[in-house]
Design a protein around this ligand. Structure first.
Ligand code: G3H
Ligand code: 13P
Ligand code: NA
Ligand code: ZN
Length: 328
């Protein structure tokens, strides 16, 4: 059954668990997520980026979600727009059945100027007004997602601003978070807490102090009714990197966010945990393996079926690790 982000995360907050929000672009990823959720009885957040919507097409994507919902009627399902960039993206998402939208007014912000902040507040408030009229939820974002290790953020396009800004400038300011939520009425808030998007988060094994737990905790304490969202939450598992590289891949050694750190974040108030990179790697590592092991194979299903199995196992693990299992 389709539910909103607000409904889903209110339940998660009551019971103290986190919900992985997996990105989707195609049928195989959708089936993998729902099979995993059904296996462990977990509620689901499926999110689509603007790129996903143009890849699959809004009609295809939207009917695919309808089909998944019909196949798994017992699983609560929230369809969420990931990183919406303007009002039109959010409005058309809702038209196609999304029950939640992210208005990322921080996308345009190159620096933390007052004008950037006002732009973010204004556009996010306009989206919240519109979405709440029709019963959809809204996620806003405040702060620049970056890697604390590099001492620099990214402009959310994967290019670091290495060395140009300090750790504290990157983390979301709790006072500003309180002001932002009061002004925008968002249901959920993505905050900069030390993560970054993509596979290349840390160039050394993180020492266990990568998330700004004090910032998460303080924002959670002051905004108990606003659900905190952690972007860039892939763990980039070593085992998947190894399979990828064993069969002809050339991915440089990298480290993601350790699952134990995410679990600590959930204990401090994180409710929605965004994961895309791990799902991509779970599938493409298997594409490489099948391609290398059976050089005569040309049936796409022989690639896609084991890739789907690999992504399903990844999703099942995250549902269990974040405590969402058993909560559908
Ligand atoms: O935050 C970005 C997500 O990983 C989606 O990526 O825009 O390539 O679909 P995408
Ligand atoms: P990863 O790149 O760590 O999977 O993060 C995905 C994300 O934040 C989507 O919004
Ligand atoms: Na941002
Ligand atoms: Zn993101």
């Amino acid at each position: 059954a389709r539910i909103t982000l607000r409904q889903l995360l209110d339940h998660a907050a009551e019971r103290g668990y986190g919900v992985p929000a997996f990105n989707i672009n195609n049928m195989e990823q959708g089936l993998a997520i729902m099979e995993a959720a059904a296996a462990v009885d977990a509620p689901v957040i499926i999110q689509a980026s603007r790129g996903a919507r143009s890849y699959a097409g809004d009609i295809m994507l939207s009917k695919m979600i309808d089909a998944l919902e019909e196949m798994y009627p017992q699983i609560p399902l929230c369809l969420h727009q990931d990183h919406g960039n303007d009002e039109a993206t959010c409005a058309t998402a809702i038209k196609y059945g999304f029950t939640s939208v992210m208005m990322d007014g921080s996308l345009k912000a190159d620096a933390k100027t007052a004008a950037d902040y006002e732009y973010n507040v204004d556009i996010t408030r306009r989206v919240t007004d519109m979405a709440h009229w029709v019963g959809a939820s809204v996620e806003g974002e405040l702060g620049v997602l970056g890697s604390l290790e590099h001492g620099g953020g990214e402009q959310e396009d994967g290019h670091g601003l290495e060395g140009t800004v300090s750790r504290d400038q990157l983390l979301t300011d709790p006072d500003q978070a309180v002001d932002f939520v009061r002004a925008t009425k968002v249901d959920a808030l993505a905050i900069a807490m030390g993560t970054s998007h993509g596979a290349y988060k840390f160039s050394r094994q993180p020492d266990g102090d990568i998330l700004a737990m004090n910032v998460i905790e303080e924002i959670h304490r002051r905004l108990p009714n606003t659900h905190l969202v952690m972007h860039g939450s892939s763990s980039v598992p070593q085992a998947l990197q190894d399979v990828f590289n064993q069969f002809g891949g050339e991915m440089p050694q990298t480290w993601g966010v350790p699952v134990e750190e995410i679990v600590r974040g959930i204990r401090h108030g994180v409710r929605k945990v965004n994961i895309d990179t791990d799902c991509r790697l779970a599938m493409t590592a298997i594409f490489r393996k099948v391609g290398a092991q059976s050089k005569v194979e040309f049936d796409p299903r022989k690639f896609l079926k084991p890739a789907m199995d690999s992504m399903r196992e990844l999703c099942r693990e995250r549902f269990e690790q974040f405590g969402a299992a058993g909560n559908a």
